[in-house]
Design a protein around this ligand. Structure first.
Ligand code: HEM
Length: 145
């Protein structure tokens, strides 16, 4: 069960990143193009947000099961600190940015929708990329898939 969850969480990262990049590209091209942001554009952003929320839920389940999460553990240990505090905090921040960006873009004036979605999703993507335990961050022991 634990191993299935880790693999699902690891794999869904690519879906989240792919949808985010697409949403950012789409919002940018609408903003710099005719600046008409339609229901279909909003749906792209909605899918990216939904995938992120699913990943957050999986993350919380993993948080209760992972041996890398240790409350009261040795915080000078980079792996324990990363998975107990840093990863969760950064990913929650990324998800809040996406959620606020989506809601704001939905409610604001038509000519501002694309611009707001673009900036919030872009900053969220940067935070997310910084918070992923990439395999090249060797001490964190993450995988590509
Ligand atoms: C969009 C948000 C998130 C992304 C893209 C993401 C991505 C990842 C990735 C790529 C890994 C490494 C998996 C591997 O070793 O192959 C991982 C591990 C982990 N994530 Fe997340 N994560 C997200 C949100 C969260 C949240 C919000 C939590 C906690 C509340 C969380 C908890 C964990 C834990 C505990 C592990 C370590 C699992 C283990 O190897 O034991 N994640 N995450």
């Amino acid at each position: 069960m634990y191993s299935i969850l880790v693999h699902a969480h690891s794999g869904i990262r690519w879906v989240v990143l792919g949808l985010l990049v697409y949403a950012i590209y789409n919002s940018f091209s609408k903003w710099k193009g005719n600046n008409v942001f339609e229901a279909g554009d909003r749906k792209i952003n909605l899918f990216a947000m939904a995938a992120t929320h699913l990943q957050i839920i999986l993350g919380f389940v993993l948080y209760t099961k992972s041996p890398k999460v240790m409350h009261g553990g040795d915080m000078s240990n980079a792996l324990v600190r990363f998975f107990t505090i840093e990863h969760m905090t950064m990913m929650l921040l990324a998800a809040v940015l996406i959620t606020v960006g989506y809601a704001w873009s939905k409610r604001t004036a038509d000519h501002k929708k694309a611009k707001i979605a673009f900036w919030f999703y872009l900053v969220s993507l940067i935070v997310m990329i910084a918070g992923i335990p990439w395999p090249f961050r060797e001490e964190l022991g993450g995988a590509w898939f």
